[in-house]
Ligand binder design. Structure first.
Ligand SMILES: [Zn+2]
Length: 646
């Protein structure tokens, strides 16, 4: 799903010369509805939905729905004496059947229950059929209504469904559990003959005979699908079909787009959507073959102020290529592998948002990608105590909180790429995740385990800081140059100090001269840390995070501190012998109990210990030759000594 304000920092059309006026923001804060953390009734988990057969009537001028839905399911509880489903209370149920027997339906709010004459035992297959009609509380804006009617500026009426996160009940009798993927769906939609409809899967047939003045579209999917990814869009559409042939393969995928069939539909928009095949090919190379290629990919163009990643058929209202890419990437992130729990929705939105800059980097330019990442990071930093993991899953605003679930999460993924042994290892983790959990569900812990296995290191600290934790580091930065030695000092504080004591994090430092720049990855593991580099060019400034690899904020201006150095004065107070050394060092004349830490010039801590009374050995026998920093802390006092190994 994408409902944010479009960033103005990025030029928005890839293949068209005209510009787009910009989309509005979905005022979802005004449309909050009661929501929940899981199914509305535990009785919905008594069964596993296998197949749905919709037979519904829709128009393009009203959200009125009538028809019936057949559910084929299998009992999973040891014994099931009731059949419970959700359907908004605005609907009238005309009749309802279980295994062909008509039964009464009782309601508590939108939770509907049928008491079975005989309890069904675990493993029993059964079917239900619910006939219903009504005018649900549809909206006009798009998100969080279930079903929407709107009229475009050109006067085109349209009706489309958006069930995310808990409003499928506003247009069909359903079980709203993300953990129960439906194995297959037949969608029969009857609409007036002047409009068409788009939906999931393959368009098998169009029946223009059975109902005079109307026609019935039969869509079918055999890929497992979550309830919130089932959709229908109805408008005066023109259909555009093409096939994209995958690189280095004889396979192809159908691309089936539905655009408003009026002269006002901008051909430049169509050109952007016509490029989807290229995008599918590129993301298939990164994440694995487009998951639903045997059926199709397509978009239904609507007035939606953003996009929604309905499986194999995105509903979209903006023509921006990076939004098109965002929704396309959801077909992997969210649709193919769905989060097991709504708290983990970053596994969908974070990766789709991350993919936007990946897209811009490849199809536009590194500069466009960088500007995009900077915009997203700037937004994320606006939430001082923001957390990626969702705390309140009953609330649409927190489930789809742009600054955290989208923008901070994509920055965390970017950082995970930065700490990877290589880009190929990073993308192999993404591909493996897609393969291992294909057409199913996964959790944050599942993803973390794959990354740890591939990286060969534990990532507890990383995930605790960035997914489960809150806030981010803030740096005061100063630098100095003495001959060919550069010193950079970082002082870290936190945006949300009550939650995180210290962020152990990589940081990219840029050394700048008039003729050359150097980018260095260092590890910041201390609140105050001095780094030194051998760098001969005459330095004019230092910068942090220019390539937007990590999450951080810079406190004030970066200063040139001509007094900044390592060990120049301190060494008179603490004696180190021998220095340089080929073996270990001895720190002499110390008091007992001073905290010692030895790090390399990138800030990676190699050894930590406490001083003894008199003399303390600093181990160095196995270290490669080079410069090191020994940090000595006692009370509020701190000294940094330059040690040399040769
Ligand atoms: Zn999204």
């Amino acid at each position: 799903m994408n409902l944010r304000l479009l960033l103005t920092s990025v030029v928005i059309l890839l293949f068209a010369s005209s510009t787009y006026a910009g989309a509005g923001y979905c005022a979802h804060g005004n449309n909050k509805r009661a929501a929940k953390t899981t199914v509305a009734s535990p009785a919905e988990d008594y069964y596993d939905v296998k197949h749905l057969r919709f037979n519904i009537n829709l128009t393009d001028t009203s959200v009125y729905v009538s028809g019936n839905v057949i559910t084929n399911a299998v009992v999973t509880a040891s014994s099931m004496s009731v059949y419970t489903f959700e359907l908004d209370s605005s609907f009238t149920i005309d009749s309802a059947f279980v295994n062909g027997a008509m039964l009464p339906v009782t309601a508590v709010g939108w939770v509907r229950t049928m008491t079975l004459p005989t309890a069904l035992i675990a493993g029993t297959a059964f079917n239900t059929q619910v006939y219903y009609h009504g005018l649900p509380p549809g909206g006009t804006g798009g998100f969080f209504n279930g079903i929407t009617h709107s009229v475009s500026s050109g006067g085109t009426h349209m009706v489309f469904t958006i069930s995310d996160p808990y409003v499928a009940k506003n247009w069909w009798p359903c079980k709203q559990s993300i953990q129960d993927k439906i194995d297959s769906v037949d969608m029969f939609v009857t609409v007036p003959a002047h409009v068409r409809d788009g939906s999931n899967g393959v368009l098998l047939s169009i029946d223009s005979v059975s109902t005079p003045g109307s026609w019935t579209f039969h869509w079918q999917t055999h890929y497992p699908i979550d309830y919130y990814l089932i959709s229908v869009a109805v408008a005066k559409y023109r259909e555009y079909r093409s096939y994209w042939h995958f690189s280095a393969s004889t396979d192809s995928v159908l691309i089936q787009n539905f655009f408003i069939d009026t002269p006002t539909f901008n051909p430049a928009y169509k050109a952007n959507f016509d490029s989807i095949g290229l995008f599918i090919d590129y993301f298939s190379s990164l994440y694995g073959r487009y998951p639903f290629w045997r059926e199709k990919y397509g978009v239904c163009y609507t007035s939606l102020p953003g996009g929604m990643e309905h499986q194999t058929m995105t509903t979209i209202g903006v023509p921006n290529t990076y939004i098109i890419a965002h929704e396309l990437c959801h077909q992997w992130w969210g649709d193919n592998v769905t989060y097991q729990d709504w708290r983990d929705v970053w596994l969908s939105e974070g990766f789709a948002t991350f993919s936007e800059a990946v897209f811009l980097d490849h199809f536009w330019s590194p500069a466009a990608a960088k500007a995009h990442r900077q915009g997203l990071l700037y937004s994320a930093l606006g939430d001082a105590c923001g957390r990626v993991l969702v705390t309140d899953t009953s609330n649409s605003d927190s489930l789809f909180h742009q600054q955290t679930v989208y923008n901070k999460a994509q920055a965390v993924i970017r950082m995970l790429q930065y700490i990877a042994p290589s880009d190929s290892v990073f993308f192999s983790v993404l591909k493996t995740y897609q393969q291992n959990y294909a057409l199913g569900h996964a959790t944050t812990a599942n993803f973390k385990a794959l990354a740890e296995a591939a990286y060969g290191v534990p990532l507890d600290t990383f995930f605790n800081q960035w997914i489960y934790g809150r806030g981010y580091p803030i740096y005061k930065v100063s630098w100095n140059q003495s001959g060919s030695t550069v010193y950079v000092k970082l002082i870290q504080t936190r945006s949300c100090p009550s939650y995180t004591n210290h962020f152990s994090t990589p940081v990219e430092i840029q050394l700048h001269s008039l003729s050359v720049d150097t980018f260095i990855k260092v590890y910041n593991s201390l609140d105050t840390q001095i780094y030194m580099f051998d760098w001969a060019p005459t330095m004019t400034n230092a910068y942090l995070n220019q390539n937007v690899w990590t999450i951080l904020k810079i406190n004030g201006a970066i200063t040139h501190d001509t007094k900044l150095s390592v060990g120049m004065l301190d060494q008179k107070e603490f004696k180190v012998y021998p220095n340089p050394t080929q073996n270990h060092w001895e720190l002499q004349d110390t008091n007992e109990g001073l905290a010692l830490s030895l790090s390399d010039i990138t800030g990676r801590i190699l050894w930590e210990g406490k001083s003894a009374q008199g003399t303390t050995q600093i181990p160095g026998a196995k270290l490669p030759s080079g410069n090191y920093v020994l940090r000595i802390t006692g009370g509020s006092e701190e000294s940094n000594l330059k040690l040399v190994h040769w």
